[in-house]
Design a protein around this ligand. Structure first.
Ligand code: XUL
Ligand code: CO
Length: 438
């Protein structure tokens, strides 16, 4: 196989002073931070769909990038060329994982049996590459939102035939994930939602989504899938309302349907902000519920109201993300760059520079989050803020022993409580700045 990205060699760490666009400034894979090498903290993954399939087409204009990789789109030859390109790219940039949807890998045929045959062929080819490079699969998923048949959703479709087709895709995508040794399997409910409540049986639709997930768990476990299932929340887009709105909603749904032991969450930065939260908020909700599994590492544009899937460059956000990840004891999944270069950044160099940006941003986030924890002032202040629950009536409340009457008696004896201590937000923000910029 001929080299595709000629003129671009292995991307190396050159340090913060480097001006080389094709070098890492902060991501130093072997550098130990918080007790382990950066590459162990940061299992980065390439999203097959963005990096190898997306050529910059949007609803106002055609593709700007050439992702043909030397062959004709819609053919198995092109599917193989994408595998070649993807593995060369991942090796050169030093990425050890990838994520895929079924239809990212091969062109979909009219007949699902033919699509599945193509998927078998391409994954045989991918397995060879995985063996020779050591690159692994982070997670797999089924695209149950692009084809017109999924206009009303997959598990939530009003059509039982469509539900069955979705089930067939999930079955195959699970088999492929097992074949490729994937760490996880994702459900992103792209069209699992509604456009209008006037035609929607919300209760039935949500129950059916849970049924599809339960079927997937049962089948996955029966074929030896030992990884985590993930829900990837998103509030809207493409649907007006999506049922997996945010982390809290998805956790409630999983618990209500007895799926919370099998599932964790895959939190995407841009989805959290679309839900009106910070990225850190959804990570925190997942972490405190023991369900932070994996991350779709990208960034939105707060001036735009849609999912822009930008490569992350906001070091403050990455620091707060890595703070949650370190407090969570790491991820069972990884950091998937569910991100695309901007439409005017259409060259092969741009693809590399985008990953360098994302990896450097998360490396900085890791370094700064570790420094914030080691500094200790933020954590110590937060712990101290709840000191009144350490003894007396506070301790009895926290242990669940206190009664309403007991609390009321305490309040009556004191006549009125003193004001709680200052929240000192401005002081804490300046601590963060001093850690970030020292
Ligand atoms: C869409 C999105 C998806 C999922 C996988 O917003 O994030 O690419 O990550 O289906
Ligand atoms: Co995503």
């Amino acid at each position: 196989m001929a080299e595709l990205f000629t003129g671009i060699s292995q991307i190396r760490y050159e340090g913060p002073a480097s001006k080389n666009p094709l070098a890492f400034k902060f991501y130093d894979a072997e550098r130990t931070v918080f007790g382990k090498p950066m590459r162990e903290h940061l299992p980065f993954a390439m999203a097959w769909w963005h990096n190898l399939c997306n050529a910059g087409k949007d609803m106002f204009g055609d593709a700007t990038a050439d992702k043909s990789f030397g062959s004709k789109s819609g053919t198995m030859e092109h599917a193989k060329a994408k595998v070649d390109a993807g593995f060369e790219f991942m090796q050169k940039v030093g990425i050890r994982f990838f994520c895929f949807h079924d239809v990212d890998l091969v062109p979909e045929a009219e007949d699902i049996n033919e699509t599945n045959r193509r998927l078998d062929e391409i994954t045989d080819y991918m397995l060879e590459k995985m063996k020779s490079t050591g690159i692994q699969c982070l997670w797999g998923t089924a695209n149950m939102f692009s084809n017109p048949r999924f206009m009303n959703g997959a598990g939530s479709s009003n059509s039982a035939e469509v539900f069955c087709f979705a089930a067939a895709q999930v079955k195959k995508a699970l088999e492929l994930t097992v074949k490729l040794g994937g760490r996880g399997y994702v459900f992103w409910g792209g069209r699992e939602g509604y456009e209008t409540l006037l035609n929607t049986d919300m209760k039935f639709e949500q129950e059916n989504i849970a049924r599809l997930m339960r079927m997937a768990v049962n089948y996955g476990r029966s074929i030896g899938f030992k990884g985590d299932f993930y829900i990837e929340p998103k509030p809207k887009e493409p649907m007006k309302h999506q049922y997996d709105y945010d982390a809290a909603t998805a956790i409630g749904f999983l618990r209500a349907n007895g799926l919370d032991k099998e599932f964790k969450l895959n939190i995407e930065a841009n989805h959290a902000t679309l839900a009106g939260h910070t990225f850190q908020h959804d990570l925190r909700v997942s972490r405190i519920n023991g369900m932070l599994g994996s991350i779709d590492a990208n960034q939105g544009d707060l001036l735009l109201g849609w999912d822009t899937d930008e490569f992350p460059f906001d070091v403050y956000e990455a620091t707060m993300c890595m703070y949650e990840v370190l407090k969570s004891g790491g991820l069972t999944g990884g950091f998937n760059f569910d991100a695309k270069t901007r439409r005017p950044s259409y060259t092969y160099e741009d693809m590399f520079e985008a990953f360098i940006l994302g990896m450097d941003t998360f490396a900085l986030g890791l370094i700064k989050a570790a420094a914030l924890i080691e500094d200790g002032r933020v954590d110590a202040f937060t712990a101290e803020r709840y000191a009144s629950y350490k003894e007396g009536i506070g301790a009895r409340i926290a242990s669940g022993e206190a009664t309403l009457e007991e609390c009321a008696a305490k309040a009556a004896a004191a006549k009125a409580p003193a004001l709680p201590g200052s929240g000192r937000q401005e002081y804490l923000e300046s601590v963060v700045n001093s850690v970030l910029f020292s």
